[in-house]
Design a protein. Structure first.
Length: 184
């Protein structure tokens, strides 16, 4: 005799009701806690405790719309808030921009334990460099300092100290002011 077991009768691995919020778009391109980069158009979410890689179904309790998202980040604990959705996921279930909505989060199964061990992003090649630029450019080699020449102007005299570094010019006039200097 053959016995069939229905998968639908199996209880979910995780289920909770609470508030869902948005991940702010200002985090676009930054690494998440799992090492993946955050993209607002990806169906991802942050959760306080579910393992990275867990695919959860988020249902908006107010309108019944659902979306599947993958947990790839963490967020701080806020009373009542259970998940932080990417922009596209929150909009998909009808949560208004930068607001919160009441949701039910359900996970059928938990992922393998090694998810998130290595960052999902790889170093990108430098597409701006030309292939023929194989050798490094020579480093700047400073040459000897340019010689300094004393500036001779009427009424001024440049004094050179013994070390050769120039000083500020001094005025050698009598009681009158230097030409071009206004006094009040």
């Amino acid at each position: 005799m053959l016995a069939l077991v229905s998968c639908a009768s199996r209880p979910p691995a995780y289920q909770e009701q609470g508030w869902a919020s948005y991940v702010a778009d200002q985090y676009t391109g930054r690494p998440t806690s799992s090492g993946e980069l955050y993209h607002p158009q990806a169906y991802t979410a942050a959760h306080t405790s579910l393992p990275f890689g867990t695919v959860v179904t988020v249902k908006n309790i107010m309108n019944g719309k659902t979306v599947n998202v993958t947990i790839n980040d963490r967020f701080p604990f806020y009373p009542g808030r259970i998940i932080n959705l990417s922009s596209v996921a929150a909009q998909h279930i009808g949560i208004p921009y930068m607001q919160m909505g009441q949701v039910q989060v359900t996970a059928k199964t938990m992922p393998q334990a090694n998810y998130g061990q290595q960052p999902a992003y790889q170093a990108q090649p430098n597409y701006g460099a030309y292939p023929q630029q194989q050798q490094a450019a020579p480093m700047y080699q400073p040459q000897q300092a340019a010689p300094t020449y004393p500036v001779q102007q009427p009424g001024y005299q440049v004094q050179q100290p013994a070390g050769g570094a120039p000083n500020a010019p001094t005025y050698n006039g009598a009681a009158s002011t230097p030409p071009g200097l206004k006094t009040f």
